[in-house]
Design a protein around this ligand. Structure first.
Ligand SMILES: C[S@@+](CC[C@H](N)C(=O)[O-])C[C@H]1O[C@@H](n2cnc3c(N)ncnc32)[C@H](O)[C@@H]1O
Length: 270
C-alpha cells in the first residue's frame, strides 16, 4: 500500500497526497522486501494492476471519512490501519479522535518512522495494538472509544482477505459498537483470474491471502444489519476521478473481477 500511495503522490495529477508513504519505504531494506520499486517484473505487474484501484479508493475513502467527521462523527476508527497515514495527512475537525487498530509491531514500526521524521498527527491519535481475531471491541473501548457516540469506521483492504464468517463477525462487532448516525466506509473486491495469476507470479502465500469476504452482495450484507448503504463499482468511481478503469476491474476484460467502494450510515431513530 505504501508503494502505491507513494507512486500516486508523485503524480502531478494525483488524487491525494500522502507524503509519509515514501518515508515508510525508505525505512525498509529493499533487499528484504518483495515490494521495493523494481523488485521484479512480477511485482511491478501486480502493482500496475492495483495502482488505479488504490488511487481511486484512497480519494473516495478520504472524502467519506472527512464528510462523516464534519457532520459530527468525532471518533474515527481505522481497522487494520497498516501504513495508513490519514491521522497525519487529513484536515480533521478540531476534537477528532482517530483510533488505529493493528498488530503492536506494525504500529511500533509506523510510529518510529513518523516520529523519526518529526510528523505530527492532525488529530488526537490513539494506537490500539490488538489482533482483530481477538476481543478488539474491548481493546478499543478501553482505549477511550465511546460506543454511545457516533463514529466513522474504515475497513480498507480487509474484506477480501477474510473468510465469510470472519467478515460477518467483523461487521456484527462494528454494528454493535455503532451509535445512530455512525458511518462505515469500505472497499471490497472479488478475486479474478487476472489478480490470481499476477499474485501467483509473486508467491503462493499471496495467492492464499484472498479468502472471499462476504458471500452476499454488499447492499444486502449491510442492510441486513440496519445500515443504509451506498455502493459504487470501482469502474464508476474511476470515471468520476477521470481515471481509466483499473484493468483488474474492467467489465470489458473477461479475466477481470468486480470491485466496490461503499459507505453506509446507521439511521438516527425517528
Ligand atoms: C492490506 S493491509 C491494509 C492496511 C490499510 N487498511 C491500508 O489500506 O493501507 C492489511 C493490514 O492488516 C493488518 N492485519 C492483518 N491481520 C490482522 C489481525 N488479525 N489483527 C490486526 N491487524 C491485522 C496487517 O498488519 C496490515 O497492516
Amino acid at each position: 500500500m505504501a508503494v502505491l500511495r507513494a507512486q500516486e503522490s508523485s503524480r502531478p495529477d494525483r488524487l491525494f497526497d500522502d507524503p509519509y508513504a515514501r518515508h515508510f519505504l525508505q525505512a525498509v531494506d529493499p533487499a528484504s522486501s518483495p515490494w521495493s520499486a523494481g523488485a521484479s517484473p512480477a511485482t511491478a505487474g501486480f502493482l500496475r494492476l492495483m495502482a488505479e484501484q488504490v488511487a481511486v479508493r484512497t480519494r473516495f475513502l478520504d472524502r467519506a471519512l472527512l464528510e462523516a467527521a464534519g457532520r459530527g462523527c468525532d471518533q474515527v476508527v481505522l481497522l487494520a490501519s497498516g501504513m495508513d497515514a490519514r491521522a497525519f495527512r487529513l484536515a480533521w475537525p478540531p476534537g477528532t479522535k482517530v483510533f488505529e487498530l493493528d498488530f503492536a509491531d506494525v504500529l511500533a514500526f509506523k510510529t518510529a518512522v513518523l516520529d523519526g521524521r518529526g510528523a505530527t498527527a492532525a488529530c488526537h491519535r490513539v494506537e490500539v495494538a490488538t489482533d482483530l481475531r481477538q476481543d478488539w471491541p474491548r481493546a478499543l473501548t478501553e482505549s477511550g472509544f465511546d460506543p454511545a457516540r457516533p463514529a466513522a469506521w474504515l475497513a480498507e483492504g480487509i474484506l477480501y482477505a477474510l473468510p465469510p464468517e470472519a467478515a460477518d463477525l467483523l461487521l456484527d462487532r462494528i454494528t454493535g459498537l455503532s451509535a445512530p448516525a455512525s458511518m462505515l466506509a469500505l472497499d471490497h473486491m472479488e478475486d479474478s483470474e487476472l489478480l490470481r495469476s499476477a499474485r501467483a507470479d509473486i508467491s503462493a502465500e499471496l495467492v492464499g491471502l484472498w479468502r472471499g469476504g462476504p458471500t452476499e452482495n454488499l447492499d444486502a450484507w449491510l442492510t441486513r444489519r440496519g445500515w443504509q448503504p451506498a455502493v459504487t463499482v470501482i469502474a464508476d468511481a474511476a470515471a468520476a476521478c477521470e481515471r481509466p478503469v483499473p484493468p483488474a476491474f474492467d467489465p470489458a476484460h473477461a479475466a477481470a473481477g468486480r470491485g466496490w467502494l461503499a459507505t453506509a450510515r446507521l439511521p438516527k431513530p425517528l
